[in-house]
Design a binder for this molecule. Structure first.
Ligand code: GDP
Length: 529
């Protein structure tokens, strides 16, 4: 057996996704408490954007600080090394979350029992579903009045297009919430509303017909539970680990993160069924985690908060082999060997320099501008992990230089911020004007502020009417049709940072018209097709 097999087998790298306010931060914190990684509640900072704080730049910096601190939270539980990757819930940072999802091996989806499936949940789950990422659903806030369990499971199936099966089942809800029956472990956990309650305090009920259940929760609730469980068994498929791992079946748990209720059940099941680091496709071949040689890719870049230290931290997910300190690795895009003397590993609340990391782990590498999101590192093999696609931005503005003496600084700043993935840059074919595209309006302020404070450059924006950016793929670049398209639409054509041709449609109607007119040209909403 290879030396690192044991390490590989005990790793679980996942992300928690939810609509803001469903309870992601609270759940994260409770999971860390179980791992003994933190001692008290309140230790995990929410990276939520505070309402109305969009023009408060201290808020942006505070945000960035938290987002470094919570990027990766690692802890051990029952000898399993768990890496939680932070996924911002705010829609302006959705792109960040999409990229992080390329580095997780599974996800937990948190849903608010009262609000049900919300908009961000839908979008994020769709991305996970497309990639067959195994998902566990946690229905949170059972201490509050909410939707009936069946109704909610139905809604999840309908709106999220999932096939669910409950592995725990609530006994009442809100004011009447009595606890949960753990279908997975066949026991009852009674709810006392005391978050400090002994978490191991569950009562074995292997036989649902036993009178003990009536004594515990009262005959009415017991009969209700029996009935509902029977019904659930008829409606939902039996749990099947293979199906879960292939993304075909999603187990569901109920609980209350705030009260630390139902969280242990979730975690115990999670370490049992969640996948160890999964194989990953590259342009060349499928790479397996247990291969001897190291490979990994950059999924996130974070600039130093201190403007005096311009270095950045590149977050690398290890896909295969061991990553060792001070060993030379190939930066494939630059065809250059690089050594890292102080790779960071992440723990619940701190980062530390480590000598060796294993598949599933994330290492933070100090970078002076070598890395771009999506870059691959290997032990010499010319291998490229499938890029991380860019999606069409929602907002577009011209960016202008406001200080002619600082045009170099501006160019460098814009370049680096785009590498970090803060926004996308398009250059108009016709006149070379630069356009910034972002997912949320907030990013324009972030860019302006950071250009000034980190690069000493000033910019202004000018409005521009673009509906969507679409990546252009021509069947035949020499065809008359394509030439005609380029001539007629010259005003609307730009290149992205990679030099790919992009059509900036000014309305849905004009995009439709263009698609109808040029049948041999495809217009893609993402940069990878
Ligand atoms: P996030 O935006 O998904 O990270 O959500 P938070 O973890 O910050 O939670 C949002 C709000 O819901 C906070 O006020 C929490 O205290 C509250 N909350 C979280 N879990 C529960 C729960 O189980 N029950 C109740 N009643 N409130 C909860």
């Amino acid at each position: 057996m290879k030396s690192f097999q044991k390490e590989l087998k005990r790793r679980r790298t996942f992300g928690i996704i939810s609509h803001p306010d469903a309870g992601k931060t609270t759940l994260t914190e409770k999971l860390l408490l179980f791992g003994g990684a933190i001692q008290e509640a309140g230790a995990v900072k929410s990276n939520k954007i505070k309402k109305g704080a969009t023009s408060d730049f201290m808020e942006i910096e505070r945000q960035r600080g938290i987002s470094v601190a919570t990027s990766v939270l690692a802890f051990e539980y029952k000898n399993i090394k768990i890496n939680i990757l932070d996924t911002p819930g705010h829609k302006d940072f959705a792109e960040d979350t999409f990229r992080t999802l390329t580095a997780v091996d599974s996800v937990i989806v948190v849903i608010d029992v009262a609000k049900g499936v919300e908009e961000q949940t839908e979008k994020l789950v769709e991305v996970c579903r497309m990639r067959n990422i195994p998902m566990i659903v946690f229905i949170n806030k059972m201490d509050r009045e909410g939707k009936d369990a069946f109704e909610l499971l139905d809604e999840i199936e309908q709106k999220l297009n999932l096939t669910v099966t409950p592995l725990s089942y609530p006994i009442g809800m809100g004011y009447d919430f009595k606890g949960i029956y753990n279908i997975w472990e066949k026991n009852v956990n009674l709810f006392t509303g005391d978050p400090k309650k002994d978490i191991e305090d569950t009562i074995e009920i292997s036989d649902l017909t036993s009178e003990e259940l009536d004594e515990l929760i009262g005959s009415k609730a017991a009969d209700n539970l029996r009935e509902e469980l029977e019904l659930a068994q008829g409606v939902y498929p039996e749990f099947d680990k293979e199906a879960y791992l292939e993304g075909r079946l999603q187990p569901v748990f109920f609980g209350s993160a705030l009260n630390n209720f139902g969280v242990r059940e979730l975690l115990d099941c999670f370490i049992n069924i969640a996948p160890t680091p999964r194989p990953k496709e590259s342009e060349e071949r499928l790479v397996k985690p247990d291969e001897d040689k190291f490979t990994g890719f950059v999924f996130k870049i974070h600039a130093n908060m201190d403007p005096k230290h311009r270095d950045r931290l590149a977050f690398v997910k290890i896909v295969s082999g061991k990553f060792e300190r001070n060993k030379a690795y190939l930066h494939v895009r630059h065809n250059k060997n690089l050594k890292f003397s102080s790779p960071n590993a992440f723990f619940a609340e701190k980062k530390e320099i480590v000598d060796v990391s294993y598949p599933g782990d994330i290492v933070g590498l100090h970078d002076t501008g070598n890395f771009k999101i999506g870059d691959t590192l290997t032990e010499g093999e010319n291998l490229n992990y499938r890029g991380i696609p860019s999606f069409s931005p929602e907002h577009f503005r011209y960016i202008n230089n406001a200080d002619p003496m600082k045009s170099k600084q501006l160019a460098k700043g814009v370049d680096q911020l785009m590498d970090e993935g803060v926004a996308q840059l398009f250059t108009l074919e016709l006149n070379g004007r630069k356009i910034i595209g972002t997912v949320g309006a907030l990013q324009f302020e972030v860019i302006q502020y950071r250009l000034e404070h980190e690069y000493g450059a000033k910019c202004t924006y000018e409005n521009l009417n673009v509906y969507k950016a679409t990546w252009v793929e021509a069947e035949d670049e020499k065809s008359e049709e394509f030439k005609d398209f380029k001539r007629v639409k010259a005003k609307f054509l730009a290149k992205d940072k990679k030099g790919q041709l992009v059509f900036l449609a000014d309305s849905q109607f004009s995009l439709q018209m263009t698609q109808d007119k040029y049948r041999s040209i495809k217009f893609h909403f993402t940069s990878e097709f």
